[in-house]
Write a protein that binds this ligand. Structure first.
Ligand SMILES: Cc1cc2nc3c(=O)[nH]c(=O)nc-3n(C[C@H](O)[C@H](O)[C@H](O)COP(=O)(O)OP(=O)(O)OC[C@H]3O[C@@H](n4cnc5c(N)ncnc54)[C@H](O)[C@@H]3O)c2cc1C
Length: 681
């Protein structure tokens, strides 16, 4: 039995909140009391229970919080590639027989100076030990869930309704697989369909969800509620602050309260969410409740794209070619699910269900107050209709310089063009940050406000002969490739779940020695490093909750290779700021930059911040907008003011001098990557 069933947990809350009320997030598992933690620990040692290793990791995390930094180191690692004879040998696995360097206190991997160094401690509890993560890789939770889906079904009683349990990435009614399947089943059984949303502040906290993303979720939920009500489908809202209690609470309380024995969900591919679903399916079966899980988030479900030898692939280009071939062979993968059918209006008089129509969606959640709510609502308007307009603009209108600003992507004045539309110009546009050159769809795709299938169907209409282009020779094809990166990183996360447990994909870089430097980390976060393009990007991130891909790479590379700060600190900060924060894409991006990921940038190829700046913002417009101290500078000076101006003039700008020397920091990074575990003499 999964350990999740064993935790003691007080009652759940069904929200009958007024829209202005906040929902408390006080009880996340990571901040539980000492007795709660030891209870959880004891639960694992109970005879006959098979411990779940990622949850064990979270216990370490709890213990770390309680003991302020005394995280258990775990046992000596074993090779994940040998764990189950997985098909693909992990590239870059360390030689297990070689003597390993114990990291010094200065590196985040060490534990000595944790109390002194906030930034080391910040991510300490988030890094699973190598042994635990290798075991999770040996039988990934997605495989376990799929095995469960394939066998062990029993007929269950009809019940009073069919439930669609909506997830954070499901924020739409159109082309929603589980919603459609639930609707079909409801019609077959002659039952009403109920939509359920479970707020889980504990999950949001432990997974570094930003206040902006939570606000976007709540705005979209409100929007969806109206759409569902139009179909006489109520949206029932429940909140479980203790995330690990969710399966038990649902099976013992919420589903019986609704009289539901048929539950339909779309799969979330993150480890914790998969473990939650495995537990819910198992518990449900014990209680005569049938929980069915569907692939929906991606165009091609994880595990479908394999090498010719049937092995999982970790290099993007061949993976992408196989992805495109599969779509050619099975074009039905792009088919959209029909809309759900309406319930009979009589449901509004039904004693059990009528009151569910009154469930309120809170304006905000405690601990996730969005301080720039109005700006976010303007810049990232909610709803599938808006997402479709954003897509339409990208496919059919020209880029505009004014979109550098903190402004709505749907502002009037976009000029239609078929030859010079943003997508047609994407080959060069994607690397520029001085306009709206990319689609800006990421917040919508991440939260599922629009599906990747919907997006690609529109792109297909523009392809030659109505085919889906995905080659690098056209802007359209290149953009489709970009969308496939989203599938790719989810495939990576589901196949090697350890990447989402704080581990580098390439374990050989696990002990790279990082600096611990509060001031540098803060300067990077605040956009005050003295490197204008990095500062512009970080200020855009702080104000807009979103950055263009090129500057995500540049600022991430600066943190890792120039400041030599642990990539996981940056990964966490992006998640805390972004409206489009997404574990798979963010982790994939950071591991690419840190040279630790699947198919990463080689460690010896280090971005030159200045060259990147001149290439992606040739006129300096982006810098001048986001870094107003530099708004009067002309020519090259805007990219590198301290080296283009007399010192006294530079001082008058009120802009910081560079906090590191590029050449020296480059040499430091090369040394530390080449000599893992060591610091330069
Ligand atoms: C360090 C770093 C962190 C990142 N963090 C995130 C994140 O948290 N969430 C996120 O959605 N993307 C992330 N990305 C990927 C990429 O930067 C964004 O998806 C993209 O900038 C969003 O802008 P857009 O919608 O205009 O993209 P477009 O260029 O228009 O691309 C269309 C869509 O393709 C997908 N896509 C494009 N590039 C990538 C990529 N490299 N990886 C995965 N999907 C991609 C996105 O869904 C995007 O919306 C990160 C990249 C880096 C280097």
């Amino acid at each position: 039995m999964p350990q999740l069933t064993l935790f003691a947990d007080p009652g759940s809350k069904s929200l009958g909140l007024s829209p202005t009320k906040k929902v408390s997030t006080s009880a996340s598992s990571s901040t539980g009391s000492a007795s709660a933690v030891s209870k959880r620990k004891a639960a694992f040692t109970k005879k006959g229970d098979e411990p779940n290793l990622w949850e064990l990791h979270h216990i370490q995390e709890d213990m770390a919080v309680l003991n302020k930094g005394q995280v258990s180191g775990g046992k000596r690692p074993r090779s994940s590639s040998s764990a189950d004879g997985r098909d693909e040998k992990m590239k870059g696995q360390p030689d297990r027989t070689a003597k390993r360097h114990e990291p010094e206190g200065g590196g985040v991997a060490g534990s000595k100076d944790i109390k002194k160094h906030k930034n080391a401690y910040e991510i300490k509890g988030k890094i699973a030990n190598e042994e635990d993560s290798a075991r999770v890789d040996a039988d990934p939770p997605l495989n376990q869930l799929i095995r469960l889906m394939e066998k062990g079904w029993k007929e269950v009683e009809k019940g009073e309704c069919v439930v669609y349990w909506m997830r954070m990435e499901d924020m739409r009614v159109e082309d929603n697989t589980a919603l459609h399947k639930a609707s079909e089943r409801a019609k077959e059984l002659g039952l009403p369909l109920i939509a359920l949303y479970v707020l889980s502040p504990g999950d949001y906290k432990i997974h570094d969800r930003s206040a902006r993303k939570i606000d976007f979720m709540l705005r979209n939920l409100n929007h969806l509620k109206t759409k569902l009500h139009d179909l006489n489908i109520p949206l029932h809202i429940t909140s479980y602050p203790k995330r690990l209690s969710i399966p038990r609470k649902l099976v013992n309380e919420t589903f019986p309260f609704l009289g539901a024995n048929h539950i339909f969900v779309n799969i979330e591919y993150e480890v914790d969410e998969l473990n939650r679903d495995i537990a819910t399916v198992k518990l449900g079966r014990e209680k005569g409740i049938d929980v069915r899980c569907f692939h929906d988030r991606l165009v091609v479900p994880p595990g479908r794209v394999k090498s010719q030898a049937g092995k999982p692939m970790s290099v993007f280009s061949p993976w992408q070619r196989a992805w495109a071939k599969l779509l050619e062979k099975e074009p039905q993968l792009l088919n959209l699910s029909p809309l759900p059918q309406a319930n009979d209006a009589a449901i509004r008089q039904n004693q059990r269900f009528a009151k569910l129509f009154e469930d309120q969606i809170p304006d905000s959640l405690e601990g996730f107050e969005c301080t720039d709510k109005e700006t976010m609502a303007e810049v990232w308007p909610e709803g599938t209709e808006r997402a479709k307009e954003v897509l339409d603009r990208f496919l059919h209108t020209k880029a505009r310089k004014s979109q550098i600003q903190l402004t709505s992507p749907l502002n009037p004045g976009a000029e239609p063009s078929s030859k010079e539309s943003r997508v047609q110009a994407y080959q060069t546009g994607r690397n520029l940050v001085d306009g709206d050159n990319s689609s800006r769809l990421s917040p919508y795709l991440v939260s599922g406000v629009i599906s990747a299938r919907m997006v690609l169907n529109e792109a297909k209409k523009l392809g030659k002969g109505g085919n889906l282009e995905s080659g690098r020779d056209t802007g359209l094809g290149m953009w489709v490739q970009e969308v496939s990166w989203r599938d790719f990183y989810n495939h990576v996360m589901s196949t090697w779940p350890r990447v989402s447990m704080g581990r580098p994909f390439l374990e050989k870089f696990a002990d790279v020695q990082w600096e611990v430097n509060e001031e540098h980390l803060q300067a990077w976060k605040d956009g005050k490093t003295g490197f204008p393009i990095v500062d512009a990007a970080m200020r855009a991130c702080n104000k807009r909750g979103w950055m263009e891909n090129r500057v995500r790479m540049v600022s991430a590379s600066f943190l890792v290779k120039s400041l030599m700060l642990d990539w996981r600190l940056g990964e966490k900060y992006f998640m805390e700021c972004f409206i489009d924060g997404d574990l798979a894409a963010n982790n994939g991006g950071w591991q690419w930059v840190a040279s630790t990921g699947t198919d990463p940038q080689p460690y010896f190829r280090i971005f030159n911040t200045l060259t990147q700046s001149e290439k992606c913002d040739p006129n300096g417009d982006y810098i001048r907008y986001w870094v107003p101290e530099l708004r009067h500078l002309k020519g090259k000076a805007v990219h590198d003011p301290s080296h283009h101006m007399p010192l006294n003039e530079f001082k008058k700008l009120g802009y910081p001098a560079p906090i590191v020397d590029h050449k020296r920091s480059r040499e430091r990074a090369l040394f530390r990557y080449k000599n893992v575990g060591e610091k330069e003499p």
